[in-house]
Design a protein around this ligand. Structure first.
Ligand code: BGP
Length: 466
């Protein structure tokens, strides 16, 4: 018998993108870390394609938002680029064209009846702040971020009702200081740990400014977008369980706990202290973090993390979190053959229950989920439409588990797909496509994929039947 998946009233059906991945470099002088990296090492990027044009949202935003409307989106997250909005990075002086652009974008979303969710940092630290201060390892940058946030609240808070401080802060720490996929491409566990702390501090400082601003009186709420990779142990052996527990604490709780509960996981603090790599903090900062927790949570979920006991830790590069766990390539796990990420929809249910039981059932939404596919042009049909049935199936499977979590009481208010329109994706550039709307790089045309029509029905019916 057909099963109906009906979602709560006013559910957010939407999609997420970011400024650096969609807009294009409209101000070449104002560079973020990726702009800088590309200018110096274009060969590190897929097909040598950098962020110069991206999906040209800077010029095409009205047409793009109209396409998003056609795909039935009732809400969209994008980000305000710090390096574009603020020209005087030390003085905080806004750039006139940046202010005009973001004002027009927000107004256009509202005109089309789409709720804009504005994020303040999506891997795009201004390069000048790296050059001068060493980036997120320096607390001065956290203060400057709070200043930038305050400017955004003052400029746009009359119309933007949902804000998020950071997208995937853990990926910033991992990419910059552990696994070398974000500039400055270093391996330095101690810096990674300080970076984790400083990002938490920066988020709390921005939230404090939010509470001091007029935003709340205007009906605003503030959250953070955290990528969760639930850690599952290889077996029930004590060593594997301990490995998964540490991976869960380091990868997920290091941001989840301070954001929602206002405190770092005591176990993490204890281990980092014992190993001599604990971050530098002050009682005043810890108090500020405690006082400034989020109103809601965005959760990006792509894949789980399978963990096993570490048996061969190589400490030649100093302290690393892998001292306590090793990745486990579970035989038979289901993989996305294109992106190399595991597909495990049930984790979304586990996340829902975890938030319900361990995080006070705080309101949350799936802020990213999606399937990256290489070479999607081969699925283009004679009528010109890309028939991405695999994406529809992927979304359905995740929604079915999410539905169950909600039925069991988890306080989830939305689902956003990554991404509305195929966009530029860091060093992977255009290798993997995620969009509901295809971008043809050869002629810059944007057309709805089959999934966009399916998503429109999903949003119109507030659910689907299977
Ligand atoms: C998330 C990021 C997005 C986007 C997505 C897809 O981690 O928030 O910015 O890049 O992953 O990742 P990728 O393009 O590397 O496949």
């Amino acid at each position: 018998m057909a099963k109906q998946y009906q979602f709560p009233k006013d559910f957010w059906w939407g999609a997420a993108t970011s400024g650096p991945q969609s807009e294009g470099r409209f101000h070449k002088a104002h560079r973020n870390l990726f702009d800088y990296w590309y200018d110096h090492e274009p060969g590190a990027f897929w097909a040598g394609v950098g962020p110069d044009v991206a999906s040209n949202f800077y010029n095409d935003f009205r047409q793009d938002i109209a396409l998003m409307k056609q795909a039935g989106l009732n809400s969209v997250r994008t980000s305000i680029q710090w390096s574009r909005l603020i020209k005087g990075l030390e003085t905080g002086e806004p750039d006139e064209d940046g202010v005009r652009f973001y004002n027009e974008v927000i107004d256009e979303f509202l005109r089309q009846g789409i709720r804009p969710i504005m994020n303040l940092h999506h891997f795009d630290l201004p390069y000048a702040l790296y050059e001068k201060y060493g980036g997120w390892t320096n607390k001065k940058v956290a203060v400057l971020f709070a200043d930038f946030a305050e400017t955004c609240f003052a400029l746009f808070g009359d119309r933007v009702k949902e804000w998020t401080t950071f997208n995937e802060p853990m990926v910033v720490a991992e990419g910059e200081y552990l696994y070398r996929f974000h500039y400055p491409l270093q391996v330095d566990g101690k810096k990674a740990v300080q970076c984790i702390y400083n990002l938490n501090l920066a988020s709390a400082m921005a939230i404090e400014r939010f509470r001091q601003s007029a935003c709340e009186k205007q009906g605003g709420r503030i959250g953070i977008v955290i990528n969760l990779t639930p850690a599952y142990p290889r077996s029930d052996a004590a060593e594997d369980l301990a490995a998964a527990a540490f991976a869960e604490t380091f990868k997920n709780k290091a941001f989840l706990d301070p954001a929602v509960k206002g405190v770092f996981p005591p176990k993490l603090v204890e281990i980092l202290r014992k190993d001599g790599v604990l971050w530098e903090s002050t009682p005043e900062e810890l108090d500020l973090i405690q006082r400034n927790t989020v109103d809601f949570l965005g959760v990006n979920y792509y894949q789980p993390f399978r963990a096993q006991a570490q048996t061969a830790f190589d400490d030649s590069e100093g302290w690393l979190p892998e001292k306590y766990f090793a990745p486990y390539e579970m035989p038979g796990r289901r993989m996305n053959p294109y992106r190399g990420w595991e597909i495990y929809p049930q984790a979304i249910y586990d996340i829902a229950i975890n938030i319900r039981d361990n995080y006070g059932n705080i309101p949350w939404y799936v802020s990213e989920n999606g399937m990256g596919v290489e070479g999607e042009e081969k699925f283009r049909q004679a009528n010109g439409m890309i028939a991405d049935d695999y994406r529809i199936d992927f979304i359905k499977e995740h929604l079915a588990w999410l539905h169950r979590g909600i039925a069991e009481g988890s306080n989830c208010f939305g689902y956003h797909l990554w991404t509305p329109i195929d966009c530029w994706s860091w060093s992977n550039a255009y290798k993997n496509r995620y969009g509901l709307i295809a971008l043809n790089l050869a002629n810059q045309q944007k057309t709805l994929k089959k999934s966009a029509y399916w998503f429109r029905d999903l949003a119109a019916h507030n659910g689907f039947t299977e």
